[in-house]
Design a protein around this ligand. Structure first.
Ligand code: PAF
Length: 283
């Protein structure tokens, strides 16, 4: 496995691979790898001849007061995990390489960015779209892999790819969970022991809500109130949102029918966690 830090070097490797007719998969990450990232690598290796993982803590997607500085970083550990998983190249540029002092371009996506996490993390998805567009231009992947945990991020990237006619397939992979149900996230390391125990309520509430729906409940407000109550039974939990939407259009629904997504963002102390489930509801 090679570790590349310069954009020109990365482009040279990709040009050579493309000349040989080799397909390229990209797994974009901010590092501090966990099993969720590994599932993306496995999907990329299944679908492509050559897998590039980017590791870059993107300053443009963090707002003022967010966790850019304390975001967990450990390149040595990540390189070992990526190599063991069969990643061919890690692309790990520094911030100045990606955003030189005269950088002045940004991608702005409307609609899907105005809801859920976009309401409180203003500008976050523009930062994500901008860095992912740069990665697509540098690495020219045939396919790129994103986790369903960041469902809104995947929807934003799909919109960008469609609107800007980018030649890359976006593949969304299922959420990977800890044995007790907590969705894997690099941010889970921030949780204190008490918060970590309490955070299990998120997946519990989502699964219980799914059961409620399976047993015939169709009113969004009833399901939403149930989830809120369950989460608030944990004193350390601060709910930012619980929303129920059409899983494809991301439009709000009042009566649950078709493919729906239940999504939430909840704070435990200083740690903000997101999670979601998608479920098919008969009319
Ligand atoms: O999901 C992430 O880790 C990041 O948002 C991404 C897609 C790597 C862009 O910085």
């Amino acid at each position: 496995m090679r570790l590349i830090e310069k954009i020109d070097d990365m482009k040279t490797i990709i040009r050579m691979k493309k000349k040989e007719g080799i397909s390229v998969g990209l797994v974009p990450t901010m590092g501090y790898l966990h099993e969720g990232h590994m599932s993306l690598v496995r999907a990329s290796k299944r679908d492509n001849d050559f897998t590039v993982m980017s590791i870059f803590v993107n300053p443009k997607q963090f707002g003022a007061g967010e966790d850019f500085r304390r975001y967990p970083r450990d390149m040595q550990r990540d390189a070992k995990i990526a190599e063991d998983a069969g990643v061919d190249v890690i692309f790990a540029p520094c911030a100045d390489e990606m955003y030189p002092h005269d950088f002045k371009t940004g991608i702005k996506i409307s609609g899907v960015t105005d809801i859920l996490c976009g309401k409180t993390r203003v500008g976050h998805f523009d930062g994500v779209a901008t860095v992912v567009a740069k990665l697509f231009n540098i690495i020219s992947p045939d396919r790129s892999y994103f986790g369903q945990k960041d469902a809104q991020q995947a929807a934003v990237i799909k919109s960008m790819v469609k609107d800007l006619n980018m030649d890359v397939d976006i593949v969304t992979c299922p959420i990977v969970r800890e044995p007790d149900g907590l969705a894997m996230s690099s941010r889970n390391v921030y949780l204190s022991a008490d918060e970590r125990r309490a955070a299990v309520i998120l997946s519990k509430a989502l699964y219980e809500a799914e059961e409620l729906i399976k047993n015939g409940e169709r009113k969004k407000e009833t399901v939403r109130d149930y989830i809120m109550r369950r989460i608030m039974s944990e004193k350390t939990a601060g709910v930012e949102y619980v929303e129920i939407l059409d899983a494809d259009s991301f439009k709000a629904v009042d009566i649950l029918t078709g493919k729906i997504m239940v999504a939430l963002a909840v704070r435990f102390g200083k740690t903000r966690l997101i999670d979601n489930i998608i479920t098919e509801v008969d009319a």
